[in-house]
Write a protein that binds this ligand. Structure first.
Ligand SMILES: *[C@@H]1O[C@H](CO)[C@@H](O)[C@H](O)[C@H]1NC(C)=O
Ligand SMILES: *[C@@H]1O[C@H](CO)[C@@H](O)[C@H](O)[C@H]1NC(C)=O
Ligand SMILES: [Zn+2]
Length: 275
């Protein structure tokens, strides 16, 4: 999730197959949490259901004009928005597709990843809307050796760098994509979770405040596949939250956000992503 100091707070992996990312530096997490706690704004609405849907601007970046080259179908994007809304239905948050644009640019498809010049150029050319609008870029990460599925920016980083705000996902992760077992659409569910301020369920391991949400049991490390019943932090006598969207399980294993996560994302939106 967090790599180096500079990109640390704006980068998160949905999953990496080969090498799970190093754990975040807890001092940075603490810094963010202190700022969040200090500036926390009371949500304008009791429930996010009373507020408008997040508008999604989808930017399809492809290598060529075929689906295999990343030019995913409108029907896949529509199915992805449906999946996103189902996943967030218990949180009060909803999403509506505001627009799709398409660009064939093999350089971007191959090279765009966190921190590259190509990413900056892509976002400068394509980004739309404000803090309450979700920009999704689907691309190839071809030259990224981590086999990245996606990454996101945090809500508390919006003000300093609005142009960088948004989520970049592998185009094969959308419903019907070629990135099995991560092709049912929950890479975007997970990355959108970071975009509204949720941390990984394995944040901080077994100790401390973990993901800063009280009702997600702590876990020592990411779960992969579907390790039902796993318990890597035994003190709490609760199994690891392997079904949680903010873990690293396969898409088919991911089924839930908790009430605590819903409360956290509601507060993060009210604080950093007002309409
Ligand atoms: C587009 O790119 C894909 C993926 O590399 C490749 O399999 C396909 O042959 C390409 N199609 C065209 C029309 O160039
Ligand atoms: C493709 O990407 C390159 C590198 O960022 C950029 O210079 C170029 O303008 C882009 N082309 C199009 C058509 O977007
Ligand atoms: Zn993540």
């Amino acid at each position: 999730m967090l790599l180096t100091k500079v990109v640390a707070l704006s980068l998160s992996f949905a999953s990496v197959w080969a090498a799970p990312s190093p754990p975040p530096q807890s001092s940075e997490v603490l810094e963010v949490e202190n700022a969040f706690t200090a500036s926390k704004t009371a949500p304008k609405f009791k429930s996010l259901k009373a507020s408008a849907a997040i508008e999604v601007y989808w930017h399809v970046v492809s290598k060529n004009s075929s689906v295999a080259g990343g030019n995913i179908l409108d029907s896949q994007i529509a199915a992805q928005i449906t999946i996103l809304n189902e996943a967030y239905s218990t949180t009060g948050l909803s999403f509506s597709l505001a627009g799709v644009d398409r660009v064939v640019n093999a350089t971007w498809f191959n090279k765009v990843t966190d921190g590259t010049r190509e990413q900056t150029e892509m976002k400068r050319a394509l980004r739309k809307g404000g803090a309450y609008d979700l920009n999704v870029y689907s691309s190839g990460f071809v030259e990224d050796p981590r086999r990245l599925l996606g990454y996101a920016t945090w809500p508390w980083d919006y003000a300093a760098n609005p142009q960088n705000d948004g989520v970049v996902i592998h185009s094969g992760t959308v419903p019907g994509g070629d990135n099995a077992p991560y092709n049912l659409g929950h890479t975007l569910t997970h990355e959108a979770g970071h975009w509204v301020g949720l941390l990984h369920t394995f944040q901080g391991g077994c100790n401390g405040a973990g993901d800063q949400v009280a009702d997600t049991p702590p876990e020592a490390r990411p779960a992969f596949g579907c390790e039902v019943g796993r318990d890597t932090c035994t003190a709490d006598r609760l199994p690891d939250p392997v079904h949680n969207f903010m873990d690293y399980s396969d898409d088919s294993c991911m089924t839930e956000f908790t009430a605590g996560q819903a409360a956290r994302l509601t507060a993060a939106i009210a604080t950093y992503r007002t309409q």
